[in-house]
Write a protein that binds this ligand. Structure first.
Ligand code: GAR
Length: 218
């Protein structure tokens, strides 16, 4: 069973969708959440962890002398719990080298835009302000840049002329909750590989029907 370490900063609705997927959905029997780590004491995600009997830890960045030292603490906590895959779920910090080096192509993030469009904060507001007709969300492996790592799955949603940051965020969030567990499932099934920043998704072989399309929704 794949052991997940989830990092979050706030509300944790993506964390919730991953919890539910491990309990009753596409991750059942394939992945379990070993620990939730938050950087904010008041993060609502902690309550979600407690509701489901999941270990949760608040690591206060102020207790670490440097940003690298903070990510060394996170790395040590994840290693102590034998985590295989790190899942960023609304974790609002740029991941530093000590964690990336410890988990090469083993850290995933979800971003509320079709990367490389609209990286960084307020991606949905950026999309509304730019006037695009389509936006969406991206699950990607994390490298040292901001939202620059290899793309695993994307899902597109239409942008309406009267959309606000709130209405577009809600439409995108529904897709986030769908594709993040699917990306983790592909990882858990050993079907993801990275070459020259491109993620290859291997087809699954099922006993009945031979190969199945790995892309969710198809
Ligand atoms: C999500 O929309 C996620 O895509 C975004 O923060 C939100 C967290 O919501 N992440 C980023 O913008 C990372 N650059 P949640 O706490 O309810 O999952």
């Amino acid at each position: 069973m794949l052991k997940l370490g989830v990092l979050a900063s706030g509300r944790g609705s993506n964390f919730q969708s991953i919890i539910e997927s491990t309990e009753n959905g596409c991750l059942k029997g394939k992945a379990e959440i070993a620990v939730l780590i938050v950087d904010k004491e008041e993060a609502f995600a902690r309550k979600r962890a407690r509701n489901h009997g999941i270990a949760e830890v608040w690591l206060n960045p102020k207790d670490s002398p440097t940003k690298d030292a903070y990510f060394e603490r996170i790395r040590d906590e994840l290693n102590a719990r034998a985590v295989d895959l790190v899942v960023l779920a609304g974790f609002m910090r740029i991941v530093r080298k000590p964690l990336i080096d410890a988990f090469p192509n083993r850290i995933m993030n979800i971003h509320p835009a079709l990367l490389p469009a609209f990286p960084g904060l307020h991606a949905q507001q950026q999309a509304v302000d730019y006037g695009v007709r389509v936006s969406g969300c991206t699950v990607h492996f994390v490298d040292e840049g901001m939202d620059t790592g290899p793309v695993i799955i994307q899902s597109a949603v239409p942008v309406a002329p009267d959309d606000t940051e709130e209405t577009l965020s809600a439409r995108i969030l529904t897709e986030e909750h769908r594709i993040y567990p699917e990306a983790i499932r592909l990882y858990a099934e050993g079907r993801l590989s990275v070459e020259n920043r491109k993620v290859n998704i291997a087809a699954a072989r099922t006993p009945q029907s031979g190969f199945t399309n790995p892309l969710p929704g198809n």
